[in-house]
Design a protein around this ligand. Sequence first.
Ligand code: 2AM
Ligand code: CA
Ligand code: CA
Ligand code: CA
Length: 272
Amino acid sequence: EVVQHSLEQSLCNSAIEYAKHAGVLIGDRLGNMGKVEQKKNASDLVTEVDKLSEDYIRHKIQTEYPKHWILSEEDCGQADSYETFKSHKTGYGWIVDPIDGTTNFIHGIPHFAVSIAVVKDGEPIIGVVYNPMTDELYSARKSFGAYRNGQRIHVGDESVLAEAVVATGFQASDFKAGSRVVKQIDALAGKSRNIRMLGAASLDLCFIASGRITGFWHEGLNPWDTAAGILILAEAGGNSTDKEGNPYFLFHDSLVASNGKIHDEFLKTIKP
Ligand code: 2AM
Ligand code: CA
Ligand code: CA
Ligand code: CA
């Protein structure tokens, strides 16, 4: 018990150290990001800096925790991430997004983050999300609460959608008349206070966790976008489900997250 406690505390300290140092590497390459490559389409991009951040974090984990598995976006997160995850489901593993919000990074919008989670037997137990531009570091350890720069954070107490600012994100190609996300925005437009698209899913979850926004929904996310943020949100008193209202699991195709208090009304309003 005591041994496990100190292991998990040191995992948490390591995740914070890696996220902060990766943030420094990224900050050093602002405006000098090197080649920008397309992955699946013209809005799915990766820079040399994503890879630099990822290589650094992977190297640190492999050196300091050689028995732990790693799932990270630019390395092996392409086709068979679910198989990777399933085959390593037990024991400790790390889920890493070296830059969440790459489009913001490329355009110089200071809203992106390094996201690092440690998963044990399939569940996140450590979550760290660091925005190097604002120097805001969100962290959580399961059952020990959520923090921003060392201060405890909690979700907001909005109890109705009418008081809620909610955020979303989607692939550029989904934003057309009649698409599901456009219908959802239409349904929310009159009912919520307003809608945002901030461009970094991990930070959206941290913004709910700290009461800046009240809800977030997104389809087609991957575990590296959400693993750290959902733990931080849960530890701050929030809730995350799929669009049917089932508890969110890292490979669910949809995520609906909130402060908990507006969750049912939020789910009902965006129901397809
Ligand atoms: P990324 O910057 O790491 O790719 C933007 O809505 C959010 O969705 C970001 O967190 C972004 O993560 C994520 N996302 C996932 N798949 C994406 C895609 N194909 N194109 C753009 N953003 C994507
Ligand atoms: Ca990406
Ligand atoms: Ca991401
Ligand atoms: Ca990324």
